[in-house]
Design a protein around this ligand. Structure first.
Ligand SMILES: [Zn+2]
Length: 82
């Protein structure tokens, strides 16, 4: 089991994955996916599958986390305390 990550700024444990970079990727995928389905008439299920894979990959690659309490965003696994 992985220890709960804590905020490097305020030490809060109310931390979730996400952040601006992830949202930009979501928006970019939607901006690319909608015209792909509507204009190019690609298979919607196929496009959705590719988008889902890209989102999962983005999470794995970015490892970005956000503190719910103070809004600090940081990347990568948290180094062990001490
Ligand atoms: Zn914080």
């Amino acid at each position: 089991m992985q220890a709960m990550p804590t905020c490097p700024n305020c030490g809060s444990e109310k931390v979730r994955r996400g952040g601006t970079a992830i949202w930009l990727i979501y928006l970019a995928l939607i901006a690319l996916g909608l015209p792909a389905v509507l204009i190019l008439h690609l298979n919607a299920a196929l496009v959705a599958g590719v988008m889902l894979a890209a989102v999962i990959l983005a999470h794995l690659l970015l490892e970005q986390r956000v503190c719910v309490d103070c809004g600090t965003q940081w990347r990568g696994p948290i180094p062990p305390p001490g």
